[in-house]
Write a protein that binds this ligand. Structure first.
Ligand SMILES: [Zn+2]
Length: 295
């Protein structure tokens, strides 16, 4: 039961499987700079994802960090994180209940295993998210504190640094200098946080939000295979579960591909293929146990 560690960082090519490191693209301080694996990951010197990154984990390619684009990206990140959290809940709980169904027809056993899988998975996701986002927030706060100190102790160097960053963005030296001066007069810390660290000081990631979102997303996904295995009569429960799981995975694969503006077909193949594989493996394991006299 791996947690996705939330950060908006899934590449635009569809959902990742649990445990796969995700790049936080939203929060990239600069194009091409490797960012945190997830919002929770501290990015030394860069502060990782802003609230944009509050989103547990998956991001959009950061081509720029214009504030409005960031707010938009933030919502998309949350949405993608929710889809992928649900995907994890579907796959892992489907694997659990189908595996148990391979060993025993007992509805009580299926319900117990499915419920335990749901709770263990959602709590593990939430705990992982909480830890990673807390760590990220600590790193962001430390980076902001350092920036504040530098602004106080060496304002000239900081002004030159800001102008340099603006030149890298394509401004001419004169305009970069003028822009840096204006930004510094208005809100020096905010300007440095944004240009240098990729952080919005007012929108640091909230660990409990990220944890709660992961918990809910995973639970929502996990409920589907749980209900699909315990509600139908024993003769059809396996078929109902496999079909509804594949249909739900088609939906999550499609959604995450659309959210990332990625091709749909490969995303569908990956999500549905991954789910089918998980169910096949656990069903085989359950059947072997049954053949061995267990269950
Ligand atoms: Zn600075």
């Amino acid at each position: 039961m791996t947690h996705t560690n939330g950060a908006p960082g899934d590449p635009p090519d569809g959902p990742r499987w649990p445990g796969t490191p995700r790049e936080d693209m939203q929060a990239l301080p600069r194009e091409g700079t490797p960012a945190s694996a997830y919002p929770g990951a501290p990015v030394p010197g860069h502060g990782g994802a802003p609230d944009a990154a509050a989103a547990p984990g998956y991001g959009l390619p950061a081509t720029h960090r214009e504030p409005r684009a960031e707010a938009f990206g933030s919502r998309l990140n949350w949405l993608r994180a929710a889809v992928l959290g649900a995907n994890d809940g579907i796959v892992s709980t489907a694997g659990v209940v189908v595996g148990v169904a391979g060993a025993t027809p007992s509805r009580a056993a299926l319900l117990t295993a499915g419920l335990a899988g749901l709770l263990a998975g959602s709590m593990s996701m939430a705990a992982g998210e909480y830890v990673s986002v807390s760590t990220q927030r600590d790193a962001q706060r430390a980076a902001l504190a350092a920036e504040r100190r530098e602004l106080r102790e060496q304002p000239e160097e900081e002004l030159a640094e800001l102008a340099g960053l603006l030149r890298e963005r394509g401004l001419s030296p004169e305009i970069a200098r003028e822009a840096a001066e204006q930004l510094t007069r208005r809100d020096a810390l905010r300007a440095h946080a944004s240009e240098e660290l990729g952080i919005d000081p007012d929108a640091l990631t909230k660990p409990w939000h990220a944890a709660g979102a992961s918990f809910l997303a995973f639970t929502a996904g996990a409920l589907l295979p749980l209900l699909a295995i315990v509600l139908p009569p024993s003769s059809t429960r396996l078929a109902v579960t496999v079909l509804s799981v594949l249909a739900a995975l088609a939906l999550t694969g499609w959604s995450s591909a659309r959210l990332g503006a990625a091709p749909v077909a490969p995303a569908l193949l990956r999500t549905m293929g991954g789910g089918a594989l998980a169910m096949a493996v656990t069903y085989a394991a359950g059947s072997l146990l049954h053949a061995a006299g267990v269950g």
